[in-house]
Ligand binder design. Sequence first.
Ligand code: ADP
Ligand code: MG
Length: 615
Amino acid sequence: MPIRKLSPLLINQIAAGEVIERPASVVKELVDNALDAEASMIEVAVEEGGTRLVRVRDDGKGVPAGEMGLALEQHATSKVAEPGDLERVGTLGFRGEALASIASVSRLRMVSRVRGEAEGVAIAREGVGGGGVEPVGCGFGTVVEVRDLFFNVPARRKFLRSPGTEMGHISDTVQRLAMTHAGVEFRLSHNGRVSLDLPSGQGRVERAVAILGKDLAEGLIPFEEEAGGGAKVWGLAGEPSLARATGKAQHLTVNGRPVKDRNLQHAMREAYRGLIPPDKFPLVVVMVELDPSEVDVNVHPAKSEVRFRNAGMVHGLVLNGLRRALLAKDLTPKAGFGRGANGIGTPVLTPMASAESESASGAFVDYFKRMDPTQKGLVFEEVKREMAEVDPVGLADAAELGTPAMPAPVAGVERVLQVHNSYVVTQDDQGILIVDQHALHERVMFERLRARIIDQGQALESQRLLVPTVVDVDPGREVAAEQLAWLVGRLGIELEPFGKGKLAVQAFPSLLFDRGVEPGAFVGELLDKGQAGAFDDGKGGSGADASVVEAALSEVLDMMSCKAAVKAGDKLSDGELAELLKQRESIERSSNCPHGRPTTLRLSLKDLERQFGRS
Ligand code: ADP
Ligand code: MG
């Protein structure tokens, strides 16, 4: 085939290949246009998952009759005019190709009337064909109708899913856009049935709650954070118990544009580190606002990714905002009761804030099920064996680590009961607290170790080994040992070369030693993790770099605190119990262990009253 110029139809269809993946992409582009036209009402009507029809109506400023034909041309836009404009795009659209692309793969009709005009104009396209502009009677604003998507591109049509699935994507798209434009009225219907109806003039929290579900409102913590240069983030941090199995409940926008961004997803994960299990996704709304010159939006044809001039700053902004929100609230999950037929059903553990929400309570039950059985404290063999030990626990060690030891017992928590040598039951002003002693102690150890190593910059107390333990090191472990030297030193571990392919552990943290942790095995595990890149780059820096270091430390401290903490089955003295509960109140993030499981459940007086039929 000789070289030849592509026809406009082919050019548009090639562009459509990138921009229009499925009906939801059509919806996104059309709603983007309505928002750019400053609409205060946007109505999306869909038939058969958008494969038969997508119609978007708005009351925005409309297209002047003389520009109607151009609107459907490729590379025609009213949003940017010269190269400099690309540096500071303030609209959602700017590429001038959405309508042309959509028209090339569907039957499109657009009707528009500018305010002040006596009548509107209509234009229709069908692949290449279609008439000119005709006058038509209509209201102010614009209606775009897209029928039979991909009617002329069988390859694409084949990849369309069921109407239900396609509608799911459309619904998600509309919700994301509606979330960030709280003041705009949105309506979405499928085959004539309204599935989303959001009034105009809503506030940001109100809009988010309307979309996420009223039953979640209690579990959303608002936050706001600013950095220099007008950089701001506003959002809602969902309580850990609302975490989901997928990232769908993460609403991230940059200057009103829903985006995917790995850097900021990392910031969200970091903020919830230790509050939710690693395989869960927090429920969050994060809206970043930056000067347009600080973001490059011209990165991706579908405009779903952006590039930040200062990614580290934005990362820090989001991380700090979320972190502060989470630290400011008592995150103890509630233990509730299932609803039996007579209202006195079997007690089940369910976060009450979301009792209505299947996925959230399901997630909770899931991670309870997945708990290491020895940590659940339900393995009676283990319990019996450990009960034989009379004075097993060095809680005092933990007290020595950081802040000065606290007196025990403590006023207000004197009513304490240890159950099955695994759980601690006590009360607070709201009800009954049930504490998983291992999980809580693990968190206590973690925070203390962190305070000592990071905040105070001190090495852990260590003990010289009478007989050094020799560890085999392959070249990978050797490199890891060099790279982790800074960390190894802080932990109070001393390593020395011991002939080829071997290292000797000369000193080991007292804390682990006293708990019977084997030095060789621990160091081996540490080096293997380092080798696997679990804690890459220990050099510090700013923004994302600093959080890499923190992630590394968290990994190691996780490992140490798990090994050093009291276990299920350890009998604790009254003094130790009081000390543990006292620490629960004084440390941060005490609601969850470093792996994100809850340390404490609360049975509220209100629930008890209801269950006993007293109210
Ligand atoms: P872009 O949005 O990138 O400019 P589009 O192909 O989506 O490209 O739209 C082309 C032009 O048509 C827009 O620049 C805008 O001037 C006009 N337009 C499209 N939709 C609307 C609408 N709903 N209301 C007003 N003008 C619109
Ligand atoms: Mg557009």
